[in-house]
Design a protein around this ligand. Structure first.
Ligand code: CU
Length: 102
């Protein structure tokens, strides 16, 4: 039984190949994304409107992303990063960066 549990947890913990946040219908999807430190997140604007990916604390800013615009950001430090859209401040998202165990 323990072996089965370990196998299941191991499967869920497999790293996502390309962490991606899609912007559509004035929303980020997923709104909360968990990655490992050092991973790069790709933000893709699939909306008709322009949007930004702007850190609440100002540490990163995609600037304006037009339709089909792509922006990538590498998160090196563990932590919880809240971001929003400067043009639509009601749009909010979070990136959770977990530390990598050596
Ligand atoms: Cu927006």
């Amino acid at each position: 039984m323990l072996c089965l549990l370990v196998a299941l947890v191991g499967a869920t913990a497999a790293p996502a190949s390309t962490p991606t946040v899609v912007i559509k219908d004035d929303a980020y999807a997923p709104t909360r994304l968990t990655i490992s430190a050092g991973q790069t997140v790709t933000f893709v604007n699939q909306d008709d409107d322009a949007h930004t990916v702007t850190a609440t604390d100002g540490t990163f800013d995609s600037k304006g992303l037009d339709t089909n615009g792509v922006w990538r950001h590498t998160f090196t430090k563990p932590g919880t990063y809240a971001y929003f859209c400067e043009m639509h401040p009601f749009m909010k998202g979070t990136i959770v960066v977990k530390s990598v165990t050596p």
